[in-house]
Every structure is written in C-alpha cells, then in structure tokens.
Design a protein around this ligand. Structure first.
Ligand code: NDP
Length: 248
C-alpha cells in the first residue's frame, strides 16, 4: 500500500493510555504493525482490537527484567524483527524534596530511565540489523520539557527526563553508523493520566496549569512522532520540543 509506515514493525511502550496509546493508534493508521506494551493488558487488548491491522497487546512491566524478557519473546514470535521502538512508558511523582520519598524516586528512575534502557537493550540488535540492511529503523524516546525546566518537587522526575534526553543524543553516536535514527521528543503539558498519581496538592497545581496553559492532546504528540519516523531514512529529526502555544 501507499501508507507511509506500511511494512514497519513497531513496539510502543506506555500504550495503555495517553501519549503512548495515541502513538500506537497513529502508527497503526499509517500502516505499521504495532505491539502495544504496558501493564494493564485489558486496556491494551481493547485498543489493539480497535486498531486492527495486526495490532496486539503485550503485558509488560518495564521495571522487571523477567517481565521484559517474557514480553520481548512474545513480540519476537508475533512481529519478527522490530524496526521502530517508541519508549513512552513513564511515571511522574512529585513531593517536597525534604519528604525524602525514596520509593517514589526509585520508581521513577526504574521506569523512566532503567525501563527505557531495558527496551533499548532488547531491541537495539533488531534496529541495527534493519538499518544495516538498508531498511528504515527508528528509536524514539518520549522525554519531557521537564528535562530543561526546574519546578519545586519535580527534581527527580526532571532528572530522569534530562538523563533520557542526554541518552538519546548520546545513542546517536552509537547507532548512526548503522543508519538507525534516534529521535528525542520533549512534550510540554499534555492532557493524559500522568498526573493521576500526584497527591491532592499536586493535582490542584496541575489543574491550575491546565487552566492557564491549555494542554496539548496526546494525538498532537502522536502526530509529531508519525512525522519524524516517516521522513526519508537519510533525515533524522533528533530533538523535537512540542509545547502548547501558551506554555512559555
Ligand atoms: P499516562 O499516565 O497516560 O501514560 C503512561 C503510560 O506508561 C501508561 O500506558 C502506563 O500503563 C505505562 N506505564 C507506567 N509504568 C509502567 C511500567 N512499569 N511498565 C510498563 N508500562 C508502564 O501519561 P502520559 O501519556 O502523559 O505519559 C507518556 C510519557 O510522556 C511519559 O514518559 C511522560 O513522562 C511523558 N510526558 C508527558 C507529559 C504530559 O504533560 N502528559 C509531558 C512530557 C512528557 P500501565 O499503567 O498499564 O503500565
């Protein structure tokens, strides 16, 4: 067919909701076969069913290597070689630093950074093989404008995103010799379930920001991802910041 992503085999983490779900939907609409990854398999199966085109859900907790290994096996059986990996799974927890919420900090680092590394570890050989053969191959990481901002209570979240942004830039040095593109996307305020895990005060602050700024919709970010991965393979949009117009 003439669809821009026809023949592509994609894995999207965080596909149970928000930005990851919207990306899975857009990639499937553009012709890719998509493996939808997250912990809530009921959500994944629902969405995959709506997407058709061979889309399927794979339950995976990116903080567990056993879970990742199992899911990667399922994906290999169903998809064969993966040529498009989107890391969108993430958590955002916030609290005054003096509360020393080590569990929250660890969870964010495990999900937003180590979790991404687990998936990169699993699929980089596929991406390198695809790129080396002259196929289009993409690694897309969903970082955050938080990588560049400071906001009280959000230091560890921001640090995970700053690390991810730098990781994306660094990995281009490893992967560009194999013609694998690395694209780092930094969304601003976007309406998703991300803030649902904040405490009452955190949710209030987020609600005020939403009122003042007017958040993006998840599909706005999906648009950007679909654009980046459908350029000709000689073009790598390595860093894209996508903000609501009113977010200064
Ligand atoms: P959501 O909370 O809607 O989506 C997060 C997704 O990650 C869910 O599908 C969730 O599914 C999945 N997830 C969380 N933990 C794990 C885990 N341990 N293993 C596997 N999957 C997991 O929020 P968003 O869509 O907003 O978040 C997507 C990404 O976008 C995140 O990385 C976030 O940091 C980033 N981002 C969001 C912004 C915003 O304003 N919303 C701004 C900038 C960046 P499940 O719970 O079923 O596992």
């Amino acid at each position: 067919t003439n669809l821009p992503l026809a023949g592509r085999n994609a894995v999207v983490t965080g596909a149970a909701s928000g930005i990851g779900a919207a990306i899975a939907e857009q990639l499937a609409a553009d012709g890719a076969t998509v493996a939808l990854v997250a912990r809530r398999t009921d959500r994944l199966d629902d969405l995959a069913g709506k997407l058709g085109a061979g889309a399927f859900g794979v339950g995976m907790d990116v903080t567990s290597q056993d879970s990742v290994d199992h899911g990667v096996g399922v994906i290999g059986d169903r998809l064969g070689r993966v040529d498009l990996l989107v890391n969108a799974a993430g958590v955002m927890l916030a609290a005054p630093v003096e509360q020393v919420r080590l569990n929250d900090w660890t969870r964010m680092i495990d999900t937003n950074l180590t979790g991404v590394l687990r998936l990169i570890g699993a699929f980089t050989p596929d991406l390198i093989a695809a790129g080396s053969e002259g196929k289009t191959a993409d690694l897309v990481n969903i970082s955050s404008i938080g990588a560049h901002l400071t906001f009280p209570g959000y230091g560890v979240y921001s640090a995970t995103k700053a690390a991810l942004t730098h990781l994306s830039a660094s990995l281009r040095a490893d992967l560009s010799p194999y013609d694998v593109r690395v694209t780092n996307i930094e969304p601003g305020l976007t309406a998703t379930e991300l803030g649902d895990q904040l405490d009452g005060a955190g949710q209030e602050l987020l609600a005020t920001m939403n009122e003042q700024i007017g958040p993006l919709e998840a599909r706005d970010i999906a648009d950007v991802v679909a654009f980046a991965v459908s350029r000709r393979r000689e073009v790598n949009l390595r860093q894209i910041i996508a903000l609501p117009t009113r977010q200064a």
